[in-house]
Ligand binder design. Sequence first.
Ligand SMILES: NC(=O)c1ccc[n+]([C@@H]2O[C@H](COP(=O)([O-])OP(=O)(O)OC[C@H]3O[C@@H](n4cnc5c(N)ncnc54)[C@H](O)[C@@H]3O)[C@@H](O)[C@H]2O)c1
Length: 355
Amino acid sequence: MGHRVGYIGFGGMGGGYHYEVARDRKDVCPDLEPAAVFELRESRRAVAIERGLTAYDDLDKFLASDDFDIVVVATSNNFHKDMTIRSLRAGKHVICEKPAAMNAAELEEMIAVSKETGKYLFIHQNRRFDVDFLTVKHAYETGRLGTLRSIESNFAGGTLLGWRAFRDHGGGILFDWGVHLIDQIVYLVQEPVASVRAAVRCEKNPEVDDRTTVIITFKSGLRATVKVAGTFLVPKPRFAVYGDKGILWMDEIYNAKGTLREAKSSEWVAEDAFVYGKEGVSVRKQEILEEDLERIVYPDDGYEVNQDWAALYKNMIDTIDGKAEMLVKHEEALTVMKIIDAAMKSSETGELVEF
Ligand SMILES: NC(=O)c1ccc[n+]([C@@H]2O[C@H](COP(=O)([O-])OP(=O)(O)OC[C@H]3O[C@@H](n4cnc5c(N)ncnc54)[C@H](O)[C@@H]3O)[C@@H](O)[C@H]2O)c1
């Protein structure tokens, strides 16, 4: 079944990636076509018209059109909730950019309207298809890491230009990049969250965070640390994932190769330990874990993966057509927003926020 798309916001993401998927990726979504645009900026409406789309400067008229059945919401983050709700109420399915909303309460409203109208609400967490992340997921799901103990996920370099520098627009590095990194972890581990501690810092930017650390502890004891920096390029591995069977380092974003350290053998060995007291030296028994760690270039099992965010588009269109289940589940998107809310609160109070 064919689908046509209307765009609310036709800037970098709406007029770039989202438009190009519908126009070019017939291999993935053969029946998807761009149709119309609602934009505040005249210059972006002119681009839409040049591309043969219908451009609106009136939201009601745009939403009244029956020329498209899907709306992509790609405005600054402060408009996501209202634009999504109005589009759902107008009978459209919605693909909403990340972060889904300004907070979890807003997202809950959006989800409620999606349920009420029977129209799909998709959150565009496309970085579930980044190759560095997919390699981590593959290592975990094939058992090479064993039970996860700790995850470090780092990214530095998102520049906070334009509306991203303003708090009331939903700016800041936690909303811009942190949300992707947190979503990847929530999707990977599929465990309930126990608590969040965070430092959400404005170091260079006067108004929004540009250096943020969020520590998420899951009920199993697994701890994930997300570090995002908007203005500093301090080299750190993109991922360092520690399991009880293996440790995986992914050096860079967009690089599918990592380094896996796994134990070829491991055994507990009883040793004598000298201890010292007033009476002199005595001997106690000690258990030592002897591991023969091997370092390999990973993946080593033939797993090959290409970066292709359009895989998420395929899932969304297949979901509308009843051929797939929604990949980015509402509960996951809500957990991500709740973690972000908790991170803000923890940073303000200096306290751990329990879930
Ligand atoms: N998933 C990703 O990888 C990814 C990447 C970049 C941006 N994003 C998200 O996409 C969204 C847009 O970011 P961008 O980089 O395209 O920003 P942008 O500034 O390039 O584009 C936003 C556009 O929306 C228009 N706009 C703003 N408010 C509007 C309104 N109320 N009604 C109609 N049009 C409006 C602006 O005129 C602008 O053209 C943000 O939510 C951002 O977080 C996601």
